[in-house]
Design a protein around this ligand. Structure first.
Ligand SMILES: *[C@@H]1O[C@H](CO)[C@@H](O)[C@H](O)[C@H]1NC(C)=O
Ligand SMILES: *[C@@H]1O[C@H](CO)[C@@H](O)[C@H](O)[C@H]1NC(C)=O
Ligand SMILES: *[C@@H]1O[C@H](CO)[C@@H](O)[C@H](O)[C@H]1NC(C)=O
Length: 174
């Protein structure tokens, strides 16, 4: 009941989801915005103007890394760390910069999203790896320049787990 009310409430806003991505978006990272005629707004198919950059190409369990979304000003986003080819978020975010917030998709503060539609640019997010990390990670984001214009699958380069830790392999990791 609560979920239904929240969804109906969100859809009726003319600026859908001004306060962050809905939980439905956790796995697909699709904002689920609708036009006034209720058809779904699709992702842009042009090359994305956004890059997700990570301060380091390697990490250790429990380490904290800075992750940046770089590009033109944008209003909304959803960003997670994931194992290659897997939709479950990994690790936790802290110290959300202005106009952003950490949210829970699976557990803890495992995802970051916008707190409002204010213009944002080149934001830096703070991620902490699980203390029992076992695999390489990448960061993936949906970035909405404006409500009806968003790019999916903005991915960072792979961040490899430092040598010496017991490793699990996902997707095409080596
Ligand atoms: C719904 O509205 C959008 C935006 O105005 C338009 O591009 C799309 O073609 C419309 N779809 C239908 C089925 O009318
Ligand atoms: C954002 O980063 C890009 C690429 O590094 C840079 O060209 C641009 O000036 C930066 N914009 C701001 C507002 O920092
Ligand atoms: C995003 O990635 C997923 C999984 O790799 C793929 O199914 C989907 O088609 C991609 N979407 C776009 C817009 O590139």
């Amino acid at each position: 009941m609560f979920v239904v009310l929240v969804l109906v409430g969100a859809l009726s806003l003319c600026n859908a989801y001004p306060n962050g991505a809905p939980k439905d978006a956790c796995a697909t990272m699709m904002p689920g915005h609708k036009y006034a005629n209720l058809t779904t707004v699709h992702a842009q198919t042009t090359p994305s103007p956004y890059k997700v950059m990570v301060a380091s190409s390697q990490y250790s369990p429990g380490a904290t890394l800075k992750v940046m979304i770089v590009g033109p000003q944008f209003e909304g986003f959803l960003l997670q760390a994931r194992h290659n080819g897997n939709t479950a978020p990994v690790g936790a975010f802290s110290n959300p910069p202005t106009d952003t917030k950490a949210v829970t998709c699976t557990s803890g503060s495992d995802s970051m999203t916008h707190a409002n539609p204010n213009a944002k640019q080149n934001i830096t997010l703070t991620w902490t790896a699980p203390s029992d990390a076992r695999a390489d990670v990448m960061f993936i984001a949906t970035v909405a320049q404006e409500k009806n214009m968003f790019w999916l699958n903005n991915t960072s380069p792979m961040v490899t787990l430092a040598q010496g830790y017991k490793k699990e392999v996902y997707g095409n990791d080596v």
